[in-house]
Design a binder for this molecule. Sequence first.
Ligand code: NAD
Length: 499
Amino acid sequence: MDELSHFIGGKRVKGGSGRFADVFNPATGEVQAKVPLASKAELDAAVAAAAEAQVAWGATNPQKRARVMMEFVRLINRDMEKLAEALSREHGKTIPDAKGDVQRGLEVVEFCIGAPHLLKGEYTDGAGPGIDMYSMRQPLGVVAGITPFNFPAMIPMWKMAPALSCGNAFILKPSERDPSVPLMLAELLKEAGLPDGVLQVINGDKEAVDAILDNETIQAIGFVGSTPIAQYIYSRGCAAGKRVQCFGGAKNHMIIMPDADMDQAADALIGAGYGAAGERCMAISVAVPVGDETADALIEKLVPRIEKLKVAPYTAGNDVDYGPVVTAAAKANIEKLVQSGIDQGAKLVVDGRGFKLQGYEDGFFVGPHLFDHVTTDMDIYRKEIFGPVLSQVRAKTYEEALGYAMDHEYGNGTAIFTRDGDAARDFASRINIGMVGINVPIPVPLAYHTFGGWKKSGFGDLNQHGPDAFRFYTRTKTVTARWPSGLKEGGEFHFKAMD
Ligand code: NAD
């Protein structure tokens, strides 16, 4: 069995704590590798080495740093197939989806090639008599990223590319469930010219995370994961005086107006509800049709589409719709919530319970589920399920539908499907959610915009990637400079005595 490692000082380093976690192949249920779980001492040593390496990296001119990102882009494209395969093997998502995971991270690296422009400061010429004033954006020093299992390529890249481009050293603590791709990315960054020690990948669990929170050298933490852990890291990190941004869980609503194109809405719900087995923070997990006729029409369109879904391992071809969920515990949690939906009175229209795939009986596969007549007091409505389970909540009016999305504690993404521009504009303007789709079911902003949810989906005042990332990973220094006049008064052509 493979024993994975950390990546410290430009090379793979074995774990020294004696503690390991199992890394599964979710399609077969087998343990395929062991990942070391770092101790506090290992984390602290890696941070100290990163602080030393950061001094020269921070002083390297921004264009040279950007050239490392340029080469990183080329190497990721070169290794796309290899990265996607490693990702699917540990996560379970299909190969096209794994390539999307890499691609959406890569786009942020591409954006970081423009770092020299984003790092330019501000200048006031003649702020007073003989006085100029200018501000610089300087790196913070050593910063850390703690990332979730569901995008093991994209989210580490969203964190490390801007942080490194700004001249910081970066400590990445990826998810212990699928750590191989982050290690491969670290190797590619070294090959691209990143000096040793500037990026350290430390695998681990709560012990490593707590060590990050307690380490005084680490200036900032970017976290993505579930809301309880986001809140924990945000409050402890802020109390320790660090700059912290934490992105949490989601329950994304899609409102379907009576005038929507029902085929388009149903297709969108299938992809956004069941793609990646529902393990996306931007998945649609709640459909809110307006009016009973719309709701009935939607169910009629959804059921045959759901019944056609191909649920299989990534190795079964590019027509697989989704694969297994990540662990047996994740599967058990989904099954528990499905049972609660039945017990609490929701109507299970498509029943995915007991799904088994021949030859993969021990894999963590979950069949697709569709609930109708879900109400806001049910657990399947209040909680993030993170599985292939779509709930339909019926609304009588647009205002009622809007209210459901507004009142939910999560505020990551949402969408409206309609042909009415007035309704769409009203929705986009009034909704209290960070990312909004209009006839677009998964409105993930591109790299040069920013990504972030509201309410219990995001903590901190800046978003991920785009210009906000450059604000998060730098601090501003403002210089007021005065040069007294007199030095330039008239030329002197004779040899002056020193008196
Ligand atoms: P998770 O919260 O279990 O883990 C995230 C990270 O926190 C991992 O690196 C993990 O090792 C660490 N961690 C776990 N338990 C911890 C503890 N008790 N103390 C300290 N650290 C701990 O999340 P996950 O299951 O890996 O990812 C799925 C979650 O992430 C979902 O809730 C999903 O909505 C969310 N997510 C949010 C976004 C977003 O941008 N808002 C994006 C992707 C995923």
